[in-house]
Write a protein that binds this ligand. Structure first.
Ligand SMILES: [Zn+2]
Length: 184
C-alpha cells in the first residue's frame, strides 16, 4: 500500500510539471483541400509546450484537445523494429557502409547486444517521450519526426555516452524508431 501511495504522490508531482500538459492534434476535414501535414498530425500526441506550430496555416481547421497525463502514461508506446539494430545499425551484411557500427563497437557494443540495445532504446524512448523530453524534427507528408537523446554506459570502460535517436510520431501516443543513431 505504501508503494501505491508513493506512486500517487509521485504522480501528483509529475502531473504539475509543464511536461504533463498533453494535447492531441485533431484534424478536421471541413475544407475542400486537405493539408497533408495536418492530416499526418491527426490524433498525434505532444506536450502543449512542445508541439508543432499551431495553427499550421491560415484557415486551418485543426484543433488541439487536452488529454489527461495519466492516459498518456498508460497508453503511449515506443517501438523499434529489430532490423533497425540488426542488420541496419551493426551493418551485419556490409550493405550500408555508414560506419555507425564502428561507433557502437568503440563503446564495447557488438551484435550480441542487439536485442538488449533494441529494448533499451525503446525503454528510454518511451520514458523520455512521456516526460516531454524530445525535440521536434522534420514534419512532412510522411509525419512528424522527433529526436530523443539516448544514454548508454560504455561496456568497455567507465562513463556514459549519448547520442540522438530519430522517431516518427504516430496516432495515439505511439512512436516508432526511424534511426537508432542519428548523430551525437
Ligand atoms: Zn490544419
Amino acid at each position: 500500500m505504501i508503494e501505491n501511495d508513493d506512486f500517487i504522490i509521485e504522480f501528483r508531482k509529475a502531473a504539475e510539471l509543464p511536461s504533463a500538459n498533453w494535447v492531441e492534434w485533431i484534424h478536421e476535414s471541413k475544407g475542400r483541400t486537405h493539408c497533408m501535414e495536418c492530416l499526418v498530425l491527426d490524433k498525434c500526441w505532444f506536450t502543449f509546450d512542445n508541439k508543432p506550430m499551431y495553427p499550421k496555416h491560415p484557415f486551418c481547421h485543426c484543433k488541439i484537445q487536452q488529454i489527461p497525463y495519466e492516459f498518456v502514461v498508460r497508453v503511449a508506446k515506443a517501438e523499434s523494429a529489430y532490423s533497425k539494430i540488426d542488420p541496419y545499425l551493426f551493418d551485419t551484411n556490409g550493405k550500408y557502409g555508414h560506419g555507425k557500427n564502428k561507433v557502437f563497437e568503440s563503446w564495447g557494443y557488438t551484435i550480441n547486444d542487439a536485442l538488449w540495445l533494441q529494448r533499451e532504446i525503446e525503454r528510454q524512448g518511451f520514458n523520455k517521450y512521456i516526460s516531454g523530453d524530445y525535440y521536434l524534427g522534420k514534419l512532412n507528408e510522411q509525419g512528424q519526426r522527433i529526436n530523443i537523446r539516448i544514454e548508454l554506459e560504455r561496456k568497455n570502460g567507465t562513463g556514459t555516452v549519448s547520442f540522438v535517436s530519430g522517431w516518427m510520431v504516430r496516432p495515439n501516443g505511439y512512436i516508432t524508431l526511424n534511426t537508432p543513431y542519428g548523430g551525437k
